[in-house]
Design a protein around this ligand. Sequence first.
Ligand code: GLY
Length: 367
Amino acid sequence: MSATITVALGDRSYPILIEAGLLARAADHLAPLARGRTMAIVTDRNVLPHCQALRAALGVAGIRTEAIVLEPGEKTKSWDQLAALCDRLLDLGVERGDHVIALGGGVIGDLVGFACAILKRGCRFVQIPTTLLAQVDSSVGGKTAINTRAGKNLIGAFHQPAMVLIDPSVLDTLPVREVRAGYAEVVKYGLIDDPAFFAWCETHGTDLIAGNPAARDHAIAHAVAAKARIVAADEHETNGTRALLNLGHTFGHALEAVAGFSQALIHGEGVAAGCALAFAFSAAQGICPRADSERVAAHWRDVGLPDGLAAAGIAATGATLVEHMRHDKKMAAGTLPFLLAHGIGKTYLDKTVDLDVVEAFLDAQPR
Ligand code: GLY
């Protein structure tokens, strides 16, 4: 299966190509961007085999490359690493018209994207995401950032890539826990506004996580098309459309924070538990049928994702979790907008949620 999806942003529009085996054929798409110049590929140690495969494929096509290999993990999204990366790219003589390749998961994509946003006041970059989470979410839409002492993703820029190349077959070697976590972001698109896709996930989710190529490719193309539509409608998250992508993230972020943003609860797992809590909270407020909230939780249990605080291993009190929410970057004039749901596929932004009510709801959840 192969698909090309366009993120329609006027003169900053770009294609997302999805095709198994695309890494080996990347030169077909990258040669016009290389224009005879050396391409910098930024990656991390875990992705080295894919980096070698990409360099070999580009080499055969006569494209010279330089690899910059960083440490895997969230700590790489730091001021220090950003400075070091910018210096390396400057040393390599990267010019504004050059395209830097970000080959990796969300950490590499976010860091490289931000470096390219500020290098010489902006150079181009190509995303080649190698995790399911990056393929269906972070590589598309131009959000770039690093973390600081004060929190995750607080320093960054919107900077759209010139192209996204998605090769689903690179997921064959991704640890299944990572695939499962990325799957939470796939299901999110069904929960937001596409109940038929949620039903598809209920039928095919287990197969997808087990690596069934047909299920995987279908889900990636569907999710990317949804993300492209949302980004085109609200590039800078100003009219409420793109904010829908934060479903499960306010609850999930608080859970990740109390887990210390560690391997105890990785991002997609936090999103899964967060979506379950957003639906359970909506049901508790009487705005969502309880059957829909239970259906969400049941699907997470079916595929081995956490369906709430207990399954996520979170014992913190409601007060502790809400305290983390108060530091959320979406907090505005003392109010935290929440993504709630009238039902599956009926997510909406609610700016009237009382954090005391959230705290009481969280305290009532089984630990
Ligand atoms: N990951 C959320 C967004 O791209 O807006």
